[in-house]
Design a protein around this ligand. Structure first.
Ligand code: BG6
Length: 294
């Protein structure tokens, strides 16, 4: 059941900076608007839908055909993939937390005027049926002229577990064919388009076809160079050993993506994926952070 907007606004609204609205598909959405930036976050999935520093054009891409419905993933924004990244037999792709309703834990404004929003999720009977572990998950979003996203995974049970995860960030680009990604030169990657064959990156990543790669063993910043807008987006990270770069290109058809939209989007995902896995013993936490700046 959706939390009541009145209750959320009474408890967490920040006058002039943050409030809760009924978004598309009746999904509750946090709207943030400050002199520094604007952002929107759906409570389902703790899914950041938009972020735009003041004076900039949108940085985060959202499909025009995105679907907003209980239990349906959203195409675009920043899906949180957890406790597994990618496909898993008979189970939802990219885990189950991107379609669950998260709780609001806190909202505040810091001394620099950034909004800090904390959303949380814990295991219950439904998550136990999919993945039989006790956990606490928290996403801390820091919305200002830069965007901070910190995902804290905690093992609250008495058994160890292993997870993979991603802040699966979709970025706006003016023209994918005139976009490159710097920072992965020399990295080994699993090429999902070539049936998970290993390959090694040489120079910047360029786009002329479907691209779906897990770059492993890399903690480097990436720079998305948009040659048309003459804009660089920096993705820096901590607690992440892999970076996924994805563009589905022309021929992949998704019900929630319009024809031709692939030209204006690019995913550079802050992950622990493929062979890069996180092991958590009882009581242990893992912190995954991505910082996005122009
Ligand atoms: C990427 C994967 O992270 O997400 C791709 O590497 C996948 O293989 C893409 O197609 C989108 O996944 P989904 O489940 O949101 O359609």
């Amino acid at each position: 059941m959706n939390p009541s907007l009145d209750m959320l606004n009474r408890q967490f609204a920040l006058p002039g900076a943050l409030h809760f609205v009924n978004g598309s598909g009746d999904l509750p959405v946090v709207e943030i608007q400050t002199p520094l930036a604007s952002a929107r976050v759906a409570l389902q999935g703790a899914h950041l839908l938009a972020w735009q520093p003041a004076g900039a054009t949108p940085v985060i891409w959202l499909s025009q055909a995105a679907m907003f419905a209980p239990g349906t993933p959203v195409r675009g924004g920043v899906p949180v993939c957890w406790p597994w990244f990618g496909a898993r037999d008979g189970l939802p792709a990219h885990g189950f937390v991107r379609t669950r309703m998260w709780q609001v834990r806190a909202a505040s404004t810091d001394e620099t005027g950034q909004v800090v929003l904390r959303l949380g999720l814990q295991d219950d009977a439904d998550t136990r049926a999919l993945w039989d572990h006790a956990f606490d998950l928290e996403l801390v979003l820091t919305v200002g002229t830069t965007l901070g996203m910190t995902l804290i995974s905690r093992n609250t049970g008495d058994q160890p577990f292993t997870l993979t995860d991603a802040l699966h960030t979709y970025f706006c680009v003016a023209d994918i064919e005139r976009t490159t990604v710097q920072g992965l030169d020399g990295c080994d990657y699993l090429d999902k388009v070539q049936n998970f064959a290993w390959a090694r990156q040489s120079g910047p990543v360029e786009f002329a076809d479907e691209t779906d790669r897990i770059y492993v063993d890399t903690t480097a910043d990436c720079l998305i160079e948009d040659q048309v807008q003459r804009r660089s987006i920096r993705v820096s990270k901590r607690g992440s050993s892999s970076t996924v770069v994805w563009n589905p290109w022309r021929d992949k058809v998704f019900a929630d993506m319009a024809a031709g939209e692939y030209q204006q989007m690019l995913c550079v995902e802050t992950c622990n994926a493929g062979p890069d896995q996180v092991n958590l013993t009882p009581g242990q936490s893992h912190v995954l952070t991505a910082h996005i700046s122009l």
